[in-house]
Design a protein around this ligand. Structure first.
Ligand SMILES: Nc1ncnc2c1ncn2[C@@H]1O[C@H](COP(=O)(O)OP(=O)(O)OP(=O)(O)O)[C@@H](O)[C@H]1O
Length: 264
C-alpha cells in the first residue's frame, strides 16, 4: 500500500504575514503512528489544518491515498480532531454528536448505536449521552470530542493535543484508543511524556515551521540537545536517567523505568 498522505513543499503564511510552515515535505505510510512535536507556535496546528484540508497552504500540495489532492473528495476517510472540543459538539445532545459521523457515512442506526455505546462506556460518557454538550465539564467535552471523531472509524486520524483537560484515568483510556486505532494516526503535541505510548515515528518541527528531526521514537526523544534547541524537553524518565544509563537503555516511559529498576 502506498502513502496515505504525501505533502510536498508545504508553506503557509497567514494573511498578516506570519509564516507558520516553510517548504515542508512529509510522506505518511499506511498504518504509521506519528507524533508531530514542536514548541508552541511552531506550526503543528497549521500543519494539521493543511493536512486535514481545512486550510489551503500558500504553496505546495498534499496528495491523499495516491488518488487526489482534493481533501473534500476524501473527507469521510479523514478524521480531524482540533484543539477546541467545541468545534465538534454542535448537536442537541452528546449522543447525537457521537452518532453524527456514522450518520454522515450512511452507516446503519444499529452500527451507530453500537459504536456510541462502546465509546461512551470506555470514555465514561454513558451517563452524559442525553445532555447538551455545553453542560459538560472541560475534560468531559474533550472526551466527547474524541468519541465523536473515533465513532466514524476514519482511515487517517489527525489529532491535536487530545489530553489537555482530561484526568489521569481517562488519559489512559484515550491513549489506548489512539494506540489501537486501526488506521493511520498523527498526533500533534507539545507534550512528549505520552508520545512513546502512541507513536512509532516522531517528527519535530522548528519554530520556523520546518522538519528538524524525523525518525524512530527513541532516537528523537533521547536527543536532549535537539529537543532543547527547539523549545522542548525529553520525557521525564529520560531526563531522570540521562547520564546514568546508556542512551539505548534510557527508559522512555514510567513502566520502562520501573522495569529497568526492578531488573537492577
Ligand atoms: N490565524 C492566524 N493568523 C496569524 N498567525 C497565526 C494564526 N494562527 C496561528 N498563527 C501563527 O502561526 C504560527 C504557528 O501557529 P500554530 O498554531 O500552527 O502553532 P502550534 O505549533 O500549533 O502551537 P501550540 O503548541 O501553541 O498549539 C505561530 O507563530 C502563530 O502565532
Amino acid at each position: 500500500m502506498g502513502p496515505v498522505i504525501e505533502a510536498r513543499g508545504l508553506t503557509h503564511e497567514y494573511p498578516d504575514g506570519t509564516r507558520a510552515l516553510s517548504d515542508l515535505d512529509l510522506t505518511v505510510e499506511t498504518g504509521e503512528q506519528i507524533a508531530v512535536i514542536g514548541a508552541n507556535g511552531s506550526g503543528k496546528s497549521t500543519l494539521q489544518l493543511v493536512l486535514g484540508g481545512l486550510i489551503e497552504p500558500t504553496a505546495g500540495s498534499v496528495e491523499y491515498f495516491g488518488e487526489t489532492s482534493d481533501a473534500e473528495a476524501v473527507r469521510e476517510r479523514l478524521g480531524v480532531l482540533l484543539q477546541d472540543p467545541d468545534d465538534y459538539l454542535f448537536n442537541t445532545t452528546v449522543r447525537e454528536d457521537i452518532q453524527y459521523g456514522p450518520a454522515q457515512l450512511g452507516l446503519s442506526q444499529a452500527v451507530a448505536e453500537r459504536r456510541t455505546e462502546e465509546l461512551a462506556s470506555t470514555l465514561g460518557l454513558a451517563e452524559l449521552l442525553d445532555r447538551p454538550p455545553f453542560r459538560l465539564s472541560g475534560g468531559e467535552k474533550q472526551r466527547a470530542a474524541v468519541a465523536s471523531v473515533l465513532s466514524f472509524a476514519p482511515e487517517v486520524l489527525l489529532v491535536d493535543e487530545p489530553l489537555g483537560a482530561v484526568d489521569a484515568h481517562y488519559r489512559v483510556k484515550i491513549l489506548d484508543l489512539l494506540a489501537n486505532h486501526a488506521g493511520t494516526t498523527l498526533v500533534f503535541t507539545p507534550t512528549l511524556e505520552y508520545v512513546p505510548e502512541i507513536a512509532n515515528r516522531v517528527i519535530c518541527i522548528s519554530r520556523e515551521g520546518t522538519i528538524v528531526a524525523d525518525g524512530d521514537v527513541r532516537d528523537v526523544l533521547t536527543d536532549q540537545s535537539l529537543l532543547e534547541r527547539h523549545g522542548l524537553r525529553p520525557p521525564p524518565t529520560v531526563q531522570l536517567f540521562d547520564g546514568i544509563v546508556d542512551r539505548e537503555q534510557l527508559p522512555l516511559t514510567v513502566s520502562e523505568a520501573r522495569q529497568y529498576l526492578t531488573e537492577k
